[in-house]
Design a protein around this ligand. Sequence first.
Ligand code: ADP
Ligand code: MG
Length: 268
Amino acid sequence: MSSAAPPSATASPAAVVAEKVSKVFFSGGQPVWALEEFSLELEPGSFTCIVGPSGCGKSTFLRILGGLEERTVGEVTMPDADHPIPAAFVFQEHGVFPWMTVLDNVSFGLRMTGVPAREREATARDWLRRVRLEGFADSYPHQLSGGMRQRVAIARAFATGSPVLLMDEPLGALDAQTRMLMQEELIALWEQERKTVLMVTHDIDEAIILSDRVIVMSGRPGTLRADLTVPFARPRSFDNERSAEFGELRARIWDLLREDVRTAEETA
Ligand code: ADP
Ligand code: MG
């Protein structure tokens, strides 16, 4: 190997690095450790899902990465951050502005980064087309179904141009069948765009269907329990779900989670 090889020929730097991140909240004067020394590195263009029991700090971790919450201890870096656009969020619900049209919602993220009006609108319309909402540009969110609203939120996140998308149970409020359709759409968009995605889900199948890696967290305070590679090729086929490999991975993840989910359920 040539020593003159450009840096890109060696292992590419991680897009997101979290090192021993801990977070304490004070609840009625009592400290509650939401996260404990939680570390994670994400490769550029990878799709990673986090699963973990309720209350283990998944949302807190995403919010820390996105700068919406301060960490108590630890380091977070996004070496991709010569990129001027911060990580974009997709939340489970209420992530779109009810007083803005669909078009304005999608172009909102671009407005924050100073893109000129005409270009914003063109980009937003392009993204509306890609999520099959071109006919709803002038509608308001309350006029849409839940699935359509989440398509608006997803389009907005991609449209920002941010290299890192943080998704907190983005399909969690949808009915099971809409959710399956949305999984297909999300994976198709991502396979075209290859953003670095970190997504929280409580649905083990969804985590395996969508991601390259599944991070399993322990109960609160959330620590890393397992970091599992999903072996299926891209582009993903939904036939994977019928394979023995899929079933084994699902069982393995559930084995890792079961006791902590029970404890979280009984102490909530
Ligand atoms: P998850 O998303 O995994 O269900 P969260 O990150 O929302 O969990 O919360 C982790 C823990 O931190 C929970 O015990 C929650 O009650 C607590 N917590 C989260 N946000 C706050 C806050 N702003 N103030 C106090 N406690 C909080
Ligand atoms: Mg949460």
